[in-house]
Design a protein around this ligand. Structure first.
Ligand SMILES: C[S@@+](CC[C@H](N)C(=O)[O-])C[C@H]1O[C@@H](n2cnc3c(N)ncnc32)[C@H](O)[C@@H]1O
Length: 492
């Protein structure tokens, strides 16, 4: 983006009543053309640094030329917003958002939706995102299908002349990538859309400096629905493919009850002191690197929300490499029965390993059951109590996240190491050291390579920590009955 475009954008903000404190500075990084927001003076918690009228947000509702027809056509969600964006871009200087659209990138080419399948296969091999490769492929096919079945007929039958070239498949993919990485949920009336100025703030995990407040004169019931948007806002970083993923930076919109102003504006309020010269960050939510890369096209080193999943299939691969298939089947079925007696309507296909390398309880339970010697297993199947020695017994249903280390028998530790090793093999022939070397020399401008390396390395570090978790304290255990424990868990 040129300095001239940035200046024009500032003028456009003024003309459209988007106000911000003069201390905010918009800097363009010359290497990747990315904007960031810094402050030239100290900012204090509680300072209102910007106000944005809701009607200047680019939403379906505010894109007045096309809104009626979009609604008549019964288009909703990201499809409808994409049409509004493509339309406003197509009319150039006649668009109310011309000054804003000039500084928006054409597309966010960093999100894997816009990568080739070969790039996804090569760069993301083994990662949590590679597992959703099929979904990325399906996403692409679905995007194409949406375009063909909704957008093409829409353009053909619109009551105002639309140039099909402005609504082509490439334009649609581009609009989708922007929606994915820059749109916000505004409120029930406007739905979600592009919020000029607010979308210039970069993300920092768990360290947001600025917060949004929706100053509204709406009724209480509408206020409640805004509050519920806040409650739904922290999804813990799981990747899922529903539409809620699409409406993104999803900054917390809260309702300022004090205000009964008749205008409808969004306020940006400081929630942390920021020193002069520093960048002012927003947060797009608490999510791991796989989710960040998927939705926004970047990663963060040492992201505490990173996780690695171990698929159930992988555990079974390990089990059948050691035990007979009959053994594996019966142990799996017992574990499933126990799990379903606790959580009748749930099914587990994978187990999470946290950033610290800690496996989730159910993985330990499954490995424990698979590793039980035949005699202990048969007794356990009947009594649901495992006798470890004359003095030590385990009632599996009494093991929780808090005391799960009691399941770390020597066999379970060894099983954990094996599954970690099998999971590690998914990353292919390039070792973690190779990845680390490649990262050292990778220019930050090669974003696909750079962020996929950060993702691979952060996941592999978790597997390393899982190895440490499994190995720690092995000397502490007593061997008994083919597996080990020293703790008296529960006695009958
Ligand atoms: C809402 S925009 C933020 C403003 C953006 N930097 C710009 O130039 O307009 C979101 C995009 O900014 C970039 N971004 C935001 N936070 C980032 C971060 N912590 N590291 C790297 N890129 C980031 C990503 O490309 C993301 O898709």
């Amino acid at each position: 983006m040129t300095t001239r475009e940035l200046r024009a954008f500032k003028r456009w903000m003024k003309q459209n009543s988007i106000h911000h404190t003069n201390t905010l500075q918009f800097l363009t990084n010359p290497t990747d053309n990315q904007l960031s927001v810094t402050t030239s003076t100290d900012l204090r918690t509680g300072d209102i640094i910007a106000t944005i009228p809701k009607q200047i947000c680019l939403t379906v509702k505010s894109s007045l030329d096309i809104c009626g027809f979009i609604e008549e056509f019964e288009m909703e969600g990201y499809l409808a917003l994409a049409v509004a964006i493509m339309y406003e871009k197509s009319i150039g200087e006649s668009s109310k958002w011309f000054g804003y659209l000039q500084i928006m990138p054409n597309a966010n080419f960093d999100v894997p939706l816009l990568w080739s399948v070969d790039q996804v296969d090569d760069l993301l091999l083994g990662t949590e995102l590679h597992k959703v490769r099929q979904t990325i492929k399906e996403d692409k096919a679905l995007v194409y299908e949406d375009w063909k079945t909704c957008i093409v007929p829409f353009v053909e039958s619109a009551p105002i002349p639309l140039n099909p070239d402005d609504f082509g498949i490439e334009q649609y993919f581009a609009a989708k990538s922007l929606i994915s990485s820059r749109s916000f949920q505004i409120d029930d009336y406007y739905g979600f859309g592009m919020v000029p100025l607010a979308d210039l703030f970069n993300h920092k995990t768990d360290a947001e400096d600025v917060h949004f407040t929706s100053v509204s004169s709406h009724s209480d019931s509408e206020d409640e629905s805004l509050e519920s948007q806040i409650d739904n806002d922290s999804d813990g970083g799981h990747l899922s493919q529903d539409e809620s993923n699409v409406a993104s930076p999803r900054s917390d919109f809260t309702v300022d009850d004090e205000s009964s102003s008749t205008t409808e504006i969004l306020e940006m309020i400081m929630v942390r002191d920021v020193k002069a010269g520093a960048e002012v960050f927003n947060t797009y939510g608490s999510m791991g690197n796989a989710a960040l890369l998927h939705r926004y096209g970047f990663t963060e080193p040492d992201n505490p929300y990173d996780i690695v999943n171990i698929d159930l299939e992988l555990v079974l691969e390990w089990s059948s490499s050691i035990f007979s298939s009959r053994h594996s089947r019966s142990r799996l079925s017992l574990w499933r029965r126990l799990y379903q007696s606790e959580f009748p309507s749930q099914q587990i296909d994978y187990f999470e390993i946290s950033f610290d390398g800690e496996p989730e309880l159910e993985l330990l339970k499954l490995l424990f059951i698979i590793s039980l010697p035949e005699k202990a297993y048969n007794e356990f199947d009947i009594s649901k109590v495992v006798t470890l020695s004359k003095k030590n017994t385990i009632i599996l249903s009494e093991i929780t996240e808090v005391n799960k280390k009691l399941l770390l028998t020597e066999s379970v530790r060894s099983a954990l190491l094996s599954v970690a090793e099998i999971r590690e093999r998914c990353y292919g022939s390039r070792s973690m050291e190779d990845d680390a070397e490649a990262l050292k020399t990778c220019p930050i401008t090669d974003k696909k390579l750079y962020h996929s390396l950060v993702l691979r390395i952060s996941e592999r570090k978790i597997l390393e920590k899982l190895g440490t978790y499994a190995s720690a304290g092995t000397g502490f255990l007593n061997v008994c009955n083919g597996f080990t424990t020293r703790n008296k868990v529960s006695k009958r």
